[in-house]
Design a protein around this ligand. Structure first.
Ligand code: NAG
Ligand code: NAG
Length: 382
């Protein structure tokens, strides 16, 4: 018996160390490249205070509460790009590009809260202006390093929110025309990044905008989502995959993947307890019917929920750190019903200049209903 036990424990150690080595080796297979992000508040790593003199609520408690660090991010803690940077082996959170003297050797965020694709947003930058700022800083990185690095884009929320507020009675053809102008401009901005040397793109679809607490509150939809905005988001999203397919077919060194942020958020909204979110129709911090106003503003006595990790939304339009961490896991290694035609990990490992073999495909309806994730609460880093 005793020798059997010893044999078993020796085997156990062997199996453990084999497995351990495999993890390390595959970790080393991933080249140490940079991460660059562009877009709106979802990806703003604290840039906005370097763009405007306006008071920015995100620099004040309770933003950053879960990390004891209000640093201009639109969350109670870290945001998606911080987790992706960590998975990529970067030793620190993704820094804001506009902070003077910051270390940009493993990339930076060019995203700014309130950024849009069209228009000229006050106290923010359009995507096009962000790309131009990147070009002004381009001497920080070697050409082949830029080509191997990851460019993540999350934008469009402000365009459609603004459009719906300014044109509450827009008919179907006015909506289609607006979606076309937004996506055409997005395409030309991505082309501009490509002509600056970027070749690996991760593009987020829009989340269900009509389900954001700010939209439910402003349009007084109660426990329902505002379908008009969800519909605009779906029209926008339907153009993203085909547009990127076309670009990759035209330029053989253009590589991309698309994150289905829409269905990822919708699943958590509709079947919240599968993902351990007790509250998905109101935000954790703020005042109003859906706690969707004033989080972090000094003159507002906004409410703060007791336990951030049971909320999908931290403020009126941004997710909690818990939600963002699970989104990052999905981006990096999720199923094709969430991120396709490849995961972010595969995109990083994919040889540069190698044409893509698989392209984005219209997902099948039944795949969209699947549960996409385990509960990451158990192994969350605190
Ligand atoms: C919002 O819409 C108005 C009117 O259509 C426009 O003037 C403004 O530039 C837009 N703002 C953003 C952030 O797109
Ligand atoms: C949010 O959802 C809960 C549970 O479904 C419901 O009781 C509550 O009334 C909803 N809150 C709002 C503001 O719609």
């Amino acid at each position: 018996m005793a020798s059997n036990c010893n044999l078993l424990s020796v085997l156990g150690v062997l199996v453990f160390s084999l497995f351990h080595n495999l993890v390390l080796v595959s970790g080393q297979n991933l080249p140490a490249v940079a991460l660059f992000t562009f877009g709106d508040s979802n990806f703003d790593a604290g840039n906005r205070k370097f763009i405007t003199r306006a008071t920015i609520a995100q620099n004040f408690w309770p933003y950053g509460k879960s990390r004891d660090d209000p640093n201009g991010k639109y969350s109670d803690g870290k945001i998606i790009p911080d987790f992706i940077a960590k998975f990529m082996g970067s030793p620190h959170d993704l820094p804001p590009a506009f902070k003077p003297g910051v270390d940009v050797s493993r990339g930076a965020s060019f995203a700014v809260g309130l950024a849009s694709i069209l228009g000229s947003p006050k106290d923010s930058l359009t995507l096009n202006q962000q790309v131009r700022r990147f070009n002004q800083m381009i001497s920080n990185w070697k050409e082949d390093y830029i080509q191997k690095s990851l460019f993540m884009i999350s934008i469009g929320m402000e365009d459609y929110y603004n459009f719906t507020k300014s044109n509450p009675n827009a008919d179907a053809s006015a909506q289609q025309a607006f979606v076309t102008s937004v996506t055409n401009r997005l395409k030309s901005d991505i082309k501009l990044l490509y002509s600056s040397g970027a070749s690996k793109f991760v593009v987020h679809m829009l989340p269900p905008l009509g389900c954001l607490p700010i939209v439910r509150q402003e349009f007084e939809t109660g426990n329902d989502c505002y379908e008009k905005l969800n519909d605009l988001a779906r029209q926008h999203n339907a153009k993203i995959g085909p547009m990127l397919n076309e670009m990759a077919k035209a330029k053989t060194d253009f590589q991309f993947t698309v994150f289905d942020f829409y269905n990822v958020v919708l699943r958590r909204t509709q079947r919240n307890m599968n993902y351990r979110f007790s509250f998905t129709n109101i935000s954790c911090c703020g005042i109003g019917t859906h706690n969707a106003y004033g989080c972090g503003l000094p003159n507002v006595h906004s409410k703060l929920c007791e336990y951030q990790r049971s909320y999908l939304y931290f403020d009126a339009r941004h997710n909690t750190e818990k939600a963002q961490e699970s989104f990052a896991h999905l981006l990096f290694g999720g199923d094709p019903n969430v991120v396709q035609p490849m995961t972010v990990r595969e995109l990083i490992a994919y040889p540069v200049n190698e044409p893509m073999r698989e392209f984005w495909k219209e997902p099948e309806e039944e795949n969209l209903l699947l549960v996409d994730d385990i509960d990451f609460d158990a192994n969350a880093s605190m």
